[in-house]
Design a protein around this ligand. Sequence first.
Ligand code: 3PG
Length: 367
Amino acid sequence: MIKSVSGLIEKELFGKKVLLRVDFNVPVADGKIIESYRIISVKETVDYLASRGAVVAILSHITAIKSFKPLVGQIKETLGRDLKFIPGSNIGPDITANLKLAESGKIFFLENVRQNPAEEANDENFAKELAANFDIYVNDAFAVCHREHASLSAITKFLPSYGGLLLMKEIEHLTKAIEMPREGKTLILGGAKVNTKFPVIKNFLNKAENILIGGAVANVFLKAKGIAIGESLTDDSFLEDAKNIINSKAGIIIPEDYIESECMILDIGQKTTAEFSEIIGKSKVIIWNGPLGRIETPELAHGSESVAKAITNSKAFSIAGGGDTIVLIRKMNLMDKFSYISTGGGAMLNFLAGKSLPGLMALNHNG
Ligand code: 3PG
């Protein structure tokens, strides 16, 4: 059982130094954050801790750029909070000095934790040094819990550890979607990364009534059926799996028509869009990860846009996730129309595939 930070009362938090691991691994263009859903999603936890008098240090990784420095202003604005950025190392005397002088309720923001190679090595010494400046550890970084890294895993050996409000919400909603009855359950998968989708398909063969496939994943199935896919994005290492799944007569539905250009399949076609929308309309629970076409090109976003509309027009309990899927949903102003939007990409898919996530395991064992 993961202990939620919501179980900690003011007396247990006041004046305590809390290391809050979040996932602010956001897309950046021209030095600006272009999708801040992951940031706004942890505001509740930041507010919870700060309003109970904890001294909070927010810690994250980012891959788009090396340092968080140019993004601090935007992060402050998104959280509606004054943050003090501590550049440089996440460990050692500088952090100690800053925390020592801090008044209760003060919020710090630390530098990209992956600047230190010890993070990805899940190095225990690094975790111990990181922990040395704090009294409590809170993991609100569900989106990176599929990584066995020091600030997610080893750290829990050195501090009383809790799940943040967002992390608990993610587990609750995804678990609900997995456990709801098979009848009326529809899984929609697309996107370019085939290897992250097949484990989910396999886990849902007997958990979902319908599995609607688009994107590069669909190309694997089309090829497995002997259909010429030209230069389309695919992954031949899953061809055998695709053949077995087709033969199993599970509820897999692959595109019957598609939009093609330059010898590539780039979106689902009109008939498929209509068929997918009809199934969605009858569904009771819908889980969606990955666009069905190359949505960066507006003419190739029709399939995904129609699916998004069909989901939000339905009465189903709906969950969506994945970076590109969120960008599309945001563009269409449909963020509030889903029952839940996961901050996870790879983590969401691993959870749906039934895999254990190292970051969650660590909280289970040491929390
Ligand atoms: C993500 O964006 O999926 C997580 O932040 C993990 O990032 P990573 O793939 O660089 O480990």
